[in-house]
Design a protein around this ligand. Structure first.
Ligand code: AMP
Ligand code: MG
Length: 378
């Protein structure tokens, strides 16, 4: 089901080699500042260019504190705000969340709706049933077919959510939120905004499978590479433009291995089953949450349908690698891919996106409650 080649946790590599940076350091008045943070089980490398070190370290410390809050509040299976919200949804109660969670849930609902439900963070109970609510890979047999069928039959969907200001309720108590498919992208969007607000003009945030840049690395762009899903190495490099994000979703990253078969952690919400066929999807966009959500959705869509889903989600630059090694890229992505060490690992087929695809209409938020009538003065 999934290639049995060396597994790679990180799908992206920042190519600004340490030696290269060190080599030019003496010429530069302000050295780069680098630090490693931790988010959702992944190391986040932050590199800042062109900001004095003390300011850069203070900005990274603030970003680190913000990411810790997000890590706690948005975690799918540890005590925190999201777990409390999930408990309230299961009990049929409305629940008040903070601004950040309300915003990311609205974003997730809209992206899910645009994907036709292929990206659907409401399927937390399915993800848990497959054993992926743990820091270590699941062991044992796949869940019983009847368990999966019963969960799918309850149709948990993001479009079941009603978000009224900061009050979240669900019309379906089977909704259990797991933001894992886009939280990293959304968190890097927020981290980049923090850095910009702190006056940082050039930086890269690299979190296994997701990278987000601000500005450039001096006179040249930040360069990153997309990892080869089959072996140690990269399939291509890209020069990111200021404000771009690149997210890769690999169905080889986390899996359940049972009876000689590997079951991916990316599930098709329509069947409750792990995806097959596509092993890696990379999406380049100016919005990290959308790139991350789309990378997951297109893997679920499969080789036939991913171009239409990409068009509906509004992402234009996509690279899809199938389990037989076939590489397909949209024209916008193909134009950005640069060969590394002499060439690409194989031919890259260019797949234009269909035109005139509009996303499905999403349910609007409830109208704001009318303002209380003024109390008549005596
Ligand atoms: P990613 O690596 O970004 O593709 O995210 C995969 C994670 O998202 C999984 O570990 C699950 O927690 C969750 N997930 C799996 N399948 C889906 C899906 N179809 N829609 C939304 N979230 C999913
Ligand atoms: Mg994703």
């Amino acid at each position: 089901m999934i290639p049995r080649r060396p597994l790679l946790r990180l799908a992206l590599v920042v190519l600004v080699a340490a030696g290269l940076v060190a080599g030019v350091r003496a010429l530069r008045p302000v050295p780069d500042t680098r630090e490693t943070l931790y988010l959702f089980g992944t190391l986040v490398e932050v590199e800042i260019h062109g900001t004095p070190e003390a300011e850069a370290r203070a900005a990274i410390a603030d970003v680190g504190a913000h990411l810790q809050t997000i890590h706690r509040d948005w975690h799918a299976w540890r005590p925190g705000l999201l777990e409390d919200l999930n408990a309230a949804i299961a009990a049929g109660r409305p629940f008040t969340v903070d601004d950040a969670l309300a915003r990311v849930l609205r974003q997730g609902r809209d992206l899910s709706c645009a994907s036709g439900g292929l990206f659907d963070p409401a399927i937390g109970a399915l993800v848990e049933a497959w054993g992926f609510h743990a820091d270590t890979p699941p062991e044992g047999d796949p869940p019983p077919a009847a368990t999966i069928a019963a969960l799918v039959a309850r149709h948990p969907r993001m479009t079941d959510l009603r978000i009224d200001g900061n009050v979240v309720r669900s019309t379906n108590p089977a909704v259990q939120l797991d933001l894992g498919a886009y939280a990293k992208g959304a968190a890097l969007d927020l981290a980049a905004a923090d850095l910009r607000a702190a006056g940082v003009s050039d930086a890269v945030l690299n979190a296994g499978g997701g990278v987000q840049v601000i500005g450039q690395h001096g006179a040249r762009p930040w360069r990153v590479a997309i990892r080869d899903p089959f072996q140690w190495g990269v399939v291509a490099a890209l020069s990111l433009r200021p404000g771009e994000a690149l997210h890769t979703s690999g169905n080889y990253e986390r899996f359940l291995e049972a009876g000689g078969v590997r079951f991916s952690h990316i599930l098709d919400p329509r069947k409750g089953q792990p995806v097959q066929g596509i092993v890696s999807v990379s999406v380049l966009d100016t919005n990290g949450a959308r790139a991350d959500a789309a990378a997951t959705a297109l893997g679920v869509a499969g080789a036939q349908d991913w171009p239409a889903v990409a068009a509906a989600m509004g992402v234009g630059a996509v690279l899809v690698i199938s389990d037989d090694g076939t590489m397909r890229a949209t024209p916008a992505m193909r134009a950005r891919l640069e060969p590394v060490s002499g060439g690409f690992p194989g031919p890259i087929e260019v797949m234009p996106l269909p035109e005139g695809v509009s996303p499905p209409a999403c349910p609007p938020d409830p109208a704001p409650a009318p303002a209380p009538a003024p109390t008549p003065s005596p």
